[in-house]
Design a protein around this ligand. Structure first.
Ligand code: AMP
Length: 395
């Protein structure tokens, strides 16, 4: 794959696909993290004489104009963040006048288009729409890792319209690739996979894809109860996905066969009801009494998992260890987040919940890599081909 620093940008208009899917309240951007993250690539283009035409999706307007999902507040934010450049916002819903605006751009100017998903062609990966977008830039750069798993026009059909020497990935995707690809291809050992969250199904592809590579697998969160239940360990009224029994059994068989260290919770915090204010009950054994629901891993489990985490050469973490949205059942997830922060290994955290946990624990800056695309990183680690990356890589 080519990266933006390998392209000749001077005097060229560059279509830059970014992920500006930011929260907006009362016409204002309330969290500009994603916009700030895009600045490295954007500034690189500007400083090397390129003229950026920047485009993103925002929310789910489903092919229609939804005024609350306009990119206008993003343009205002960009003006604040890049006062030395002229930001031009176009409210054209991808009509000819947008092309005219792009063609008139001069060095030092940035054109921001409206929400790509206002056009029905975007999510349909429509080739007509892609052809239209290709007239906005002579060069194509994608830095929206959060959407590379989507076969959408600006991500998949569009880059194919450019020859390889005129398309590239930006620095955000470069960083994702370096961490995720290296972790899968040549992990530092021991390689530890830590999974949690509710849905076994989402994590099955990761486990299956990495089974040949990992040294240890640690499972917490609701997922753990399905594994325990299949093993015949009483789980009380905890959440179990009975329909996942056979695939779980298959995974357990492979884990044994490959000699992978495998750990499940050895103690729990439980409640009588699935309720935020339910009384917090400590269960000091792996077995959960009939009338209780497992809602968090216990302190002995945090200790056990932390031992592996702190010795890891490479660690991938996805999914919370309990119902961490509820203060009383957040201890396990926070404990694990702190252990990940203390690990000297290459630590990679993905998924909205785990990312918000490391933020809440105040340890985000100690994590080597926090992935910017939860869904995309899950699919990448699950061995799936990502349409946005494939389109960039084709020769
Ligand atoms: P997922 O999207 O599969 O990563 O699941 C994330 C969700 O799992 C979070 O909203 C947690 O509240 C939930 N979760 C974690 N542990 C448990 C548990 N023991 N029981 C029920 N839900 C849980």
């Amino acid at each position: 794959m080519r990266y933006v620093d390998e392209l000749e940008l001077r005097g060229k208009r560059v279509f830059l696909r970014v992920d500006y899917n930011v929260p907006i309240e009362n016409g204002k951007v309330v969290d500009d993290t994603r916009i700030r993250r895009s600045l490295e690539t954007l500034k690189f283009i500007l400083e090397n004489g390129g003229i950026p035409v920047v485009a993103s999706h925002l929310g789910r307007p489903r092919g229609k104009v939804v005024p609350e999902l306009s990119m206008k507040p993003v343009a205002e934010k960009l003006k604040e963040l890049l006062p030395e450049y002229r930001i031009i916002f176009s409210d054209s819903i991808f009509r000819e006048d947008l092309i005219k605006q792009a063609e008139k751009l001069k060095e030092g100017e940035i054109l921001l288009t409206e929400n790509l998903r206002f056009h029905p062609g975007e999510e349909k990966n429509d080739s007509e729409f892609a052809r239209f977008l290709s007239r906005l830039g002579e060069i194509y750069v994608n830095d929206a890792f959060g959407v590379v798993h989507r076969a959408h026009a600006s991500v998949a059909a569009l880059p194919r319209l450019y020859p390889p020497e005129r398309r590239a990935a930006g620095f955000l995707i470069k960083k994702e690739m370096t961490y995720l690809r290296d972790a899968v291809k040549s992990p530092r050992r021991p390689f530890v996979l830590l999974l949690g969250g509710a849905k076994v199904e989402d994590k099955i592809p990761i486990i299956t894809n990495l089974l040949n590579k990992i040294d240890s697998l640690l499972i917490g969160g609701a997922m753990a109860y399905t594994f325990m239940w299949v093993r015949g360990i009483p789980v009380g009224k905890s959440r179990v996905e009975e329909e996942k029994a056979s695939v779980t059994r298959e995974i357990l068989r492979k884990i044994r066969e490959k000699g992978i260290n495998f750990e499940l919770p050895v103690d729990h915090y439980c409640g009588r009801e699935f309720d935020k204010n339910t009384e917090k009950i400590y269960v000091s054994s792996p077995e959960i009494p009939d009338d209780l629901i497992g809602l968090d891993i216990g302190p002995e489990t945090v200790k056990l998992f932390s031992k592996y985490i702190k010795e890891a050469g490479t660690l991938i973490w996805n999914g919370p260890m309990g119902v961490f949205e509820w203060e009383q059942f957040a201890e396990g997830t926070m404990g694990v987040a702190r252990a990940v922060a203390e690990s000297p290994g290459v630590t990679i955290v993905g998924g909205g919940d785990s990312v918000s946990a490391v933020n809440k624990a105040g340890v985000a800056e100690k994590i080597k890599h926090i992935t910017t695309g939860g869904g995309a990183s899950l699919e990448f680690l699950g061995g799936k081909e990502l349409p946005g990356l494939k389109a960039l890589e084709e020769e």
